[in-house]
Write a protein that binds this ligand. Structure first.
Ligand code: UDX
Length: 487
């Protein structure tokens, strides 16, 4: 039990320390959760590493949004990362290692000495830590403060490729050889005949299991069940296949997704300034694409984006480009600067592609994705199958063409195609004919089939965030648990 210093009978005010890994996707989710907790009257200290806080600070919308909450404050911690750009797959390792080496001792000292609590004159009564930040979870568990983990990646990956990774390694199923990619995975309970080895998380393809990424996952699989509870961005129905198994390891799971929808509904109910409420983007969104979309009839446009980390080669860009052009559908394509790994040189782009794009395409650096997906003109989403993008698409009933890049995306794309049946998985291929066929299938030939299942999931997602819905109840339970742990 926690009590105010000097008065053993006065319960402490609930004060949560939130600490995400310094990558845009997770920070975005953690900020949304933080805002929901603020609305429930809980004090929140949001700890960012310097690397991600700098671009966030430049984002005036975020600051003005959070300035509204007297019970919210940002704190920062050094991470030894010197470059300015938000992370991409090319430098993600450097950022995580920096945090591990530089932030870890500072965070430990901060928590063990109580320095952070003293600064706020309000002791921290609970922590919500990124399950991926093993060192932070370790430090949290060393203190007597209750720790919750928030896993912003997909539960389908979490179950198949995190919690089961030790079993898969022991059974000799991971690592695997290139020629075994299509063999079925046998040692993940609940997924019989579903997963081929190529559908396991990207890091399972590594030869060397002593690799830092694999070791981080193994650590997470051990630490997460030792915490107070696990918060996940999904809803009960969507992950009905894996949640019962995950609960055997972590009995206290809070599915609060789709988090961006739950967040939007709650903020709209509590604000008089609904403009641009949910953007936590560290890149500037080009909103001109919304007026471009306005010019198109319902469900005719293909939206293409590979999120904030994934990259592609110039050759792959051309294959996708030809696929889009040959499908005859108009397309809105996000080309994040720096996302073409071997560089983009327009003089090497065939003029037929450029000419066609002038008529049928719209290319932007970064889009207001939630608004784009919710736009009636969008009929298909060609995606890297990041978990946020997937949830955002499911929440508004847009079917997906999945072209996964790394990490949990290989698992998500399989679930999209085979479990939720809201898209096609074209992983490990990059061919103009396959892209064209997938688009035509989704938007013409099998349009009704995809639309039907997309609507089904959209409705279930909406139900889950309604007042009596499962995700609303989970959030209420989380808030109640945080409050009761501080009294
Ligand atoms: C990463 C991993 O890639 C992903 O696999 C994991 O599940 C979460 O962390 P990221 O690659 O950024 O995330 O993909 P995703 O999770 O889909 O998040 C992308 C976010 O950026 C989404 O919230 C999306 O709305 C936003 N976005 C994307 C924009 O706001 N504008 C864009 O133009 C593109």
């Amino acid at each position: 039990k926690n009590h105010q210093k000097g008065d053993p009978k006065t319960p402490l005010e609930p004060h949560v320390l939130i600490f995400p890994i310094p990558i845009q996707g997770p920070v975005n989710c953690f900020l949304k959760l933080a805002e929901l907790l603020c609305l429930s009257g809980i004090y929140v200290t949001f700890l960012n590493t310097d690397h991600i806080h700098r671009p966030l600070l430049r984002h005036t919308n975020i600051l003005s949004r959070f300035n509204r909450y007297p019970n919210f404050r940002f704190e920062t911690i050094p991470d030894g990362v010197n470059f300015e750009n938000p992370v991409s797959a090319a430098n993600i390792k450097e950022v995580l290692e920096g945090a591990n080496i530089v932030s870890k001792p500072i965070f430990r000292e901060m928590m063990i000495s109580g320095r952070l609590s003293k600064r706020s004159e309000r002791p921290v009564t609970a922590m919500i830590l990124d399950a991926f930040f093993g060192f932070a979870v370790e430090v949290g568990l060393e203190t007597s403060t209750p720790v919750f983990c928030f896993q912003t990646i997909s539960p389908c990956c979490s179950w198949t490729s995190f919690f089961n990774l030790p079993t898969l390694i022991e059974a000799g199923e991971v690592p695997f050889r290139e020629e075994d990619m299509d063999k079925l995975v046998e040692n993940v309970p609940g997924t019989q005949h579903l997963l081929r080895k190529r559908d396991l998380a990207g890091f399972c393809r590594l030869d060397d299991m002593s690799n830092g990424e694999v070791q981080r996952v193994l650590k997470e699989a051990l630490l997460t069940p030792r915490t107070q509870g696990l918060i996940v961005n999904t809803f009960e129905e969507l992950d009905a296949l894996v949640l019962p198994y995950m609960r055997k390891l972590c009995p206290n799971i809070y599915p609060i997704g789709p988090l961006h929808s739950l967040h939007k509904v709650r903020i709209l109910a509590n604000t008089t300034q609904p403009q641009n409420i949910s953007s936590n983007s560290v890149w500037k969104e080009d909103c001109t694409c919304l007026s471009w979309l306005d010019k198109h009839p319902p469900k005719t446009v293909v939206y293409v984006s590979i999120g904030s980390l994934a990259m592609m080669k110039f050759e792959q860009l051309l294959e996708i480009w030809y696929g889009l052009v040959n499908s005859g559908k108009p397309f809105l394509w996000v080309r994040r600067p720096g996302s073409i790994s071997d560089g983009y040189d327009e003089s090497h782009v065939p003029s037929e592609l450029l000419d066609h794009t002038k008529e049928m395409g719209c290319i932007v650096d970064w889009a207001p994705q939630e608004d784009v997906l919710a736009h009636q003109a969008v009929g298909a989403f060609m995606t890297h199958s990041g978990w946020n993008s997937t949830m955002e698409s499911i929440a508004v009933g847009v079917p997906m063409i999945c072209w996964p890049y790394f990490y949990d995306q290989q698992v998500i794309s399989r679930f999209v195609g085979e479990v939720w049946k809201v898209g096609v998985d074209i992983k490990d291929t990059c061919d103009r004919l396959i892209v064209e066929k997938a688009i035509r299938d989704m938007m013409d030939k099998n349009r009704d089939i995809f639309t039907q299942s997309a609507i089904l999931w959209e409705n279930l997602a909406k139900e889950s965030i309604s007042e009596a819905g499962s995700s609303s109840k989970s959030l209420a339970r989380l808030v109640a648990d945080i409050i009761s742990l501080s009294s």
